[in-house]
Design a protein. Structure first.
Length: 390
């Protein structure tokens, strides 16, 4: 005999159905009929779910579209004044903040270049807070929460390793940001993993499995397998910059020697080219200056060697280069590709796809904010009923 379904069961079922509709709308707008088809719900169920969202100005209905037969459809999408999330990033050479809509549009983005290597963590977070607060006045809707990207390993919201920003080790920067911004939700994660995540949510801009590798002062990676960013048992997966390519090589800030970031990181390229910053290095490359061209070639070769080891181990079909590497892609690609072709075993079957990220230096903040928007769509009470994340 089937047990009776009480009010608690019906509430849970409605929340599950609402989650399905919100997740479907996050990927792209759709009419009631299209949402029913994409979620597997009935049209009547979808209609009962979206009407309160329209009345509450979470959704908006566009003008009718003629579809060639039957009655014209009315696409639904998130309201321009729907809640947003803040994405924030601390890196060695800059801080950044942005606002992200529920359907993945980056509304406002601000970046401030600053040398953060010797700055106390508290002072740096205060400046980041002020940068994030400056976005509040421009946000069209209420702020749900914030995601924070840091260049280090984060475990249970605490930074436990950050070779290029050691002053952050042992801190809980998300808690600082939550208190200063008076937000109920602030999540903290590794910048490369979050940047990889930005390529998955709410719409995948890179198909299938891939390795996302970004270069700044350090080098990080996010490994995407079966549509998920691999964290590893202790959260250390993706520490690509400390993959050793020369056993007795250059000393690294991590305490080891011969790490790939000492050969392929931005600092290595600037030192080899005699240039002081990225704009100057780019100008030298564009002018065909021999030292700059050779510096990019050597970095690309080192990066290719490290990538070949990663790909031989994980058999990923594609590599997406982000951050500084995206801006230098045209100059790095030939040497990287040469090493992959000669070293990656699976390239005998099908060459590894190598591409530059279309998200540029905004990927980490977009991925950080995306944690919050995805959480909100998966827990609709955050959008329509108030409350805290479970």
């Amino acid at each position: 005999m089937t047990a009776p379904r009480g009010p608690a069961h019906l509430r849970a079922l409605r929340q599950a159905n609402l989650t399905a509709v919100l997740l479907a709308l996050a990927s792209r707008p759709g009419s009631r009929a299209q949402l029913a088809q994409r979620t597997g719900l009935t049209k009547a169920t979808v209609a009962s779910l979206v009407e309160p969202l329209l009345a509450g100005r979470l959704l908006i209905e566009d003008l009718a579209e003629a579809n060639g037969r039957g009655r014209p459809s009315h696409p639904l999408r998130f309201h321009p004044c729907a809640p947003v999330a803040i994405g924030a990033e601390v890196n060695v050479g800059y801080i950044a903040a942005a606002t992200l809509t529920l359907d993945g549009r980056l509304q406002h983005f601000r970046r401030r270049d600053t040398d953060n290597r010797g700055r106390p963590a508290g002072d740096l977070l205060d400046e980041l807070t002020a940068l994030a607060q400056s976005l509040y006045g421009e946000a069209a809707g209420p702020v749900l929460g914030a995601g924070l990207a840091v260049p280090g390993v984060v475990h249970e919201r605490q930074v436990i390793r950050a070779p290029n920003l050691p002053q952050f080790v042992g801190t809980r920067p998300g808690e600082h940001l939550a208190a200063a911004l008076r937000l109920p939700i602030v999540e903290t994660g590794n910048e490369a993993s979050l940047a990889a995540r930005a390529h998955l949510w709410p719409v995948g801009v890179t198909g299938g499995d891939f390795a996302y590798v970004s270069g700044e002062a350090g080098v990080g990676a996010g490994l995407v397998i079966n549509g998920e960013v691999l964290r590893g048992a202790r959260g250390f997966a993706g520490e690509f910059g400390h993959l050793v390519i020369e056993r007795e090589g250059r000393p690294c800030t991590c305490g080891g020697r011969g790490c790939v970031e000492r050969y392929a990181g931005l600092r290595a390229m600037l030192d080899a080219s005699g240039r002081g910053d990225l704009p100057s290095f780019l100008h030298a490359l564009e002018s065909g200056e021999a030292a700059a061209v050779e510096a990019a070639r050597a970095a690309g070769s080192a990066l290719g060697v490290a990538l070949a080891s990663l790909l031989n181990l994980c058999d990923l079909p594609a590599v997406v280069l982000g951050g500084v590497y995206a801006r230098l892609f045209a100059y790095l690609r030939p040497a990287v590709q040469e090493e992959l072709t000669s070293r990656v075993l699976a390239d005998a079957l099908r060459p590894t796809e190598l591409r530059a990220s279309e998200l540029g230096d905004r990927a980490a903040v977009q991925g950080a904010a995306g944690i919050i928007t995805q959480l909100a769509c998966a827990q609709p009470h955050l959008l329509v009923g108030g409350g805290q994340p479970r």
